[in-house]
Design a protein around this ligand. Structure first.
Ligand SMILES: [Zn+2]
Length: 408
């Protein structure tokens, strides 16, 4: 997420969700759908299932049909002006949400609902319910969108026929935002995406994603117009990449930070706060590094590298720390072979590639070899010069600037 350009506080939150076994297993349900097998010019069959039974009403979604879209003040771009909310309107919504050139191939299917699903049952004298649709949907290719256009049966409403598995079935219409986001949600299920929430002991839903399609209709949205969240986007990424991908991660991050989903963007601050050589042999030296995260939220996947001298061109060794909890101070042992140190100085750096947005002033510690290894702390190092044949270190102790020229 970090290298894709999502802001660190979003990345931290996903890492934190991944620490809990239950939450991690749900996250895996998303991530293991990658690769999706989609390429970004993708054609989808769209079947408009229109009833020809007596005494029914319907709203079909052929070109120019569907009724006018409804303005949504939270999403001005959803329906900037009244226009027919037909299958093409929904196609446009899908292109925006999925970041692909999705093409709907529209087919109108006039059928008798009673012959196909059996006569409906009247429930509570207030609505009708049809029986199983599983035989009917067998015949459609995977990822097909099926719109049940039926509105009323004998003057009464018909119960919801929405669902997502191999195919996407929806009995809502895309003219309003609830209808439109139901399509993206159910279509997500056809790609194997699960729900990103689970019930806690009080049966309250715990959500483990920021705004994404798989929480649609279960949780409120943000001002971002029905986006994929980072997990969904990773899972569905087309083999040839997303369209208009450059600014997605930063726009998404800003949209979340400005929403009810994140109170405040809390920063992380991985740091090396101390260290000492704890074991020295003729072959190697082991340094115990005191690491901390002085930020307000967990930092994950933090790189830690050791260098020969102060040049950070090529590390002797680099490793990745899985997590550093906020406020945590931890000891990390790092052993380096003497044969890989030729300069007389050993530099340790946390987040050496500056991948994490954080305070960079507390990321280094330098040890020099002078009858044993000694630490020059961050604060003490005033100037470092690489002279080629030797490294000159000036360090500041109580306002003075003694110079130490390191041996080769
Ligand atoms: Zn669902």
């Amino acid at each position: 997420m970090r290298t894709t350009g999502y802001t660190e506080c979003l990345t931290s939150q996903y890492i934190e969700w991944g620490l809990d076994a239950k939450q991690k297993s749900i996250m895996k349900g998303f991530l293991e759908e990658r690769p999706s097998g989609i390429s970004h010019s993708y054609s989808v069959n769209f079947y408009d299932v229109v009833p020809d039974d007596e005494g029914t009403t319907y709203l079909s979604l052929g070109g120019g049909e569907g009724g006018d879209c409804q303005y949504n003040s939270n999403w001005p771009d959803f329906c900037p002006e009244p226009m027919p909310a037909d299958y093409l309107f929904l196609e446009n919504h899908f292109r925006r949400t999925f970041g692909m050139d999705i093409n709907f191939d529209y087919y109108r299917l006039d059928i008798s609902y009673a012959d196909t699903f059996g006569a409906p049952t009247l429930i509570d004298n207030s609505y009708y319910r049809f029986g199983s649709r599983s035989d009917f949907i067998q015949g459609f290719p995977e990822h097909t969108i099926i719109h049940y256009a039926l509105q009323t049966w004998s003057g009464l409403p018909v119960s919801d026929m929405t669902g997502g598995g191999r195919v996407c079935e929806v009995s809502y219409e895309p003219f309003n935002s609830l209808g439109a986001v139901t399509y993206s949600h159910e279509w997500g299920h056809t790609w194997g995406l699960p729900h990103p929430f689970y019930p806690d002991e009080n049966n309250q839903r715990i959500l483990i994603q920021f705004d994404g399609i798989m929480s649609n209709t279960y949780f409120g949205s943000t001002a971002l117009l029905d986006p994929l969240d980072p997990m969904e986007r990773y899972a569905l990424e087309p083999s040839d990449g997303y369209l208009h991908a450059e600014s997605f991660a930063s726009d998404y991050s800003n949209g979340i930070i400005d929403s009810w989903q994140m109170d405040i963007c809390v920063l992380v601050d991985p740091a090396i706060v101390g260290g000492e050589a704890v074991a020295e042999t003729s072959d190697e030296v082991t340094v115990a590094l005191e690491l901390s995260n002085q930020g307000g939220i967990l930092a994950g996947y933090v790189d830690l590298a050791a260098y020969d001298g102060i040049s950070m061109d090529a590390p002797i060794e680099e490793r990745t720390l899985w997590t550093l909890a906020s406020g945590e101070q931890t000891m990390h042992a790092f052993t380096v072979a003497n044969s890989s140190i030729t300069s007389g100085a050993l530099l340790f750096v946390i987040d050496p590639q500056d991948e994490i947005a954080e305070n960079e002033d507390n990321n280094k510690i330098l040890l020099v070899e002078d009858e044993g290894w000694h630490v020059l702390g961050n604060a003490e190092i005033a100037f470092l010069f690489d002279r080629g044949e030797y490294i000159q270190v000036y360090y500041d102790i109580e306002g003075e600037y003694p110079a130490l020229k390191l041996r080769h």
